[in-house]
Design a protein around this ligand. Structure first.
Ligand SMILES: NC(=O)c1ccc[n+]([C@@H]2O[C@H](COP(=O)([O-])OP(=O)(O)OC[C@H]3O[C@@H](n4cnc5c(N)ncnc54)[C@H](O)[C@@H]3O)[C@@H](O)[C@H]2O)c1
Ligand SMILES: O=P(O)(O)OC[C@H]1O[C@H](O[C@H]2[C@H](O)[C@@H](O)[C@@H](O)O[C@@H]2CO)[C@H](O)[C@@H](O)[C@@H]1O
Ligand SMILES: [Mn+2]
Length: 441
């Protein structure tokens, strides 16, 4: 069986140890000969790299492991790049979340003005690593879940249309775990129909392999409990803010009882509730800096100090398991059926062909084939179209260095009440993102 070479771009990510543990747990399905970490922050990555070197030496000594900040070393002789970079890291996520809240507007990682600010930073970082990949390993596939996936995907479509980049999100994967628990199934038992933009979509069908439809059963549960489940399926989501988000699905269903909602719709349909419940002094970025980031880096330091990963605190990140399914689909032409962020091209019949949409796809060695989802109702279509234009105008503003276009993109967002508020937030974000954003005139 062929063995693969993988580079993880964003090696200093809080998700890196969980993904590496998941890769080790799947060596029978996706064997590795080489695993490299690549990051542009040497010090941050080294902390995780040294711990993972011990873990791999003890558990998979045959895999050649290294970590580097040198793009040539990182991207030469690679079959897959698993990318999860965060340009500006948590310090900038905190700004993305707190600046809008100063104006009574949703402050969020990937949605609203925070997501737009993050998107303008991410485009530069993503184009950089795509160019490195194409220069040193032209046959390499990038499995990207660097956010904000919708703006990153649109930037890839416009700026690197030929690049072998697959954009993915694990929110639907996580929610499907919740749905399967609600109906007493496992996620692999279920086949869904879904349409939307990334972090802005709906399930229209959830069937088992015998063809039994569970949409109404799940709706009946969600109408009472949202996506909160008896047994928490996501170790990442025990924090109160995520519990609130899963509970809010109840209200999302109330306003559109036709389909099951993606949790992220709450930022667009109930922005007032989100702001009312927000703590502008302590946002999700703070929770993660005090939680996941601290836990992961403390665990790494402990492994290095003890000289062994045995009994260490690195855990498999279930959310990343679909990355192996995706890599296998490309490597072995498995025709796996997965939600991907792809160019519409008619998959949603009454939505623009050049929109980057999130729909079920068949994935094989050639790439991704979206499955037709038919026509969508006018409520969802109109909401999506407005959000699509925001995302497209952000990428255009990046390319043109246009202040005016970025102001219009913010004004168009459902999360911002007026052009006046949009401009105030924009001027603050420009200051905070000096050195990250292109010059705007
Ligand atoms: N698509 C999804 O559903 C999904 C799920 C979880 C996380 N994510 C995304 O994964 C990414 C990582 O999340 P995290 O919380 O671990 O972030 P993190 O800040 O802990 O790690 C990100 C790493 O990327 C590095 N980096 C930044 N710019 C870079 C560049 N230009 N080149 C190389 N490395 C660079 C940073 O130095 C840092 O080490 C984020 O974009 C996050 O939004 C996406
Ligand atoms: O607030 P964070 O940093 O914990 O999470 C932000 C990300 O949330 C989603 O990913 C979840 C995923 O939905 C869940 O199943 C589990 O795997 O944890 C992930 C991280 O919390 C979302 O899809 C990402 O785009 C966000 O970056
Ligand atoms: Mn996501």
């Amino acid at each position: 069986m062929k063995k693969f070479s993988v580079v993880i771009a964003g090696g200093g990510s809080t998700f890196t140890p969980g993904i590496v543990m998941m890769l080790l747990d799947n060596q029978d399905r996706f064997p590795l000969r080489k695993l490299k970490l690549y990051d542009n922050d040497e010090e941050r990555q080294r902390i995780l790299g040294e711990a993972l070197a011990i873990l791999l030496k003890e558990n998979a000594p045959d895999i050649e492991f290294s970590f580097t900040t040198d793009p040539e070393e990182a991207f030469t002789d690679t079959d897959f790049c698993m990318a999860h970079i965060r340009v500006g890291k948590y310090a900038m996520r905190e700004q993305d979340e707190k600046i809008p809240l100063k104006y009574g507007v949703v402050g969020q990682e990937t949605c609203g003005p925070g997501g737009i600010a993050y998107g303008l930073r991410s485009i530069t970082g993503m184009m950089e690593i795509i160019d490195h990949m194409e220069k040193y390993s032209p046959q390499c596939w990038m499995l990207n879940y660097s956010n904000p996936a919708s703006i990153v995907a649109e930037a890839c479509r416009v700026m690197r249309p030929k690049a072998k980049v697959l954009n993915i999100c694990d929110m639907p994967v996580g929610t499907l775990r919740r749905m399967s628990q609600i109906i007493g199934k496992t996620p692999k038992d279920l086949e869904v129909r879904y349409f939307g933009l990334n972090h802005f979509g709906w399930w229209t069908s959830v069937k088992d392999k015998e063809g039994k439809e569970y949409l109404e059963d799940i709706k009946a549960y969600v109408a009472e409990h949202g996506y909160l489940t008896q047994i928490e399926v996501d170790t990442q989501h025990t924090d109160p803010s995520w519990q609130d988000t899963h509970r809010k699905a109840k209200d999302l269903l109330a306003v559109n009882p036709r389909y099951l909602p993606n949790t992220y719709l709450k930022y667009y349909l109930y922005p007032d509730d989100v702001v009312a419940h927000a703590n502008a002094a302590y946002t999700r970025a703070n929770e993660v800096m005090d939680g996941r980031e601290k836990t992961v880096f403390d665990a790494a330091k402990a492994i290095v100090a003890q000289g062994t990963a045995k009994g260490g605190e690195f855990h498999i990140d279930a959310h990343a398991s679909f990355i192996v399914d995706l890599a296998r689909a490309i490597a072995y032409n498995t025709h796996e059926r997965m939600l991907m962020i792809v160019e519409n091209q008619g998959a949603i019949a009454n939505f623009p062909d050049d929109a980057m949409v999130e729909v079920p796809c068949i994935v094989g060695s050639h790439g991704v084939e979206p499955l037709a989802q038919g026509k969508i109702p006018v409520f969802e279509q109109t909401l999506m179209y407005q959000q699509l234009m925001v995302e497209k105008m952000v990428v255009e503003a990046y390319q043109e260095g246009s202040y005016q276009k970025l102001w219009q993109a913010l004004t168009l967002s459902r999360t911002i009440p007026s052009a006046k508020v949009a401009k105030a937030i924009l001027d603050d974000l420009i200051e905070a993102n000096r050195g990250y954003w292109p010059e705007l005139t």
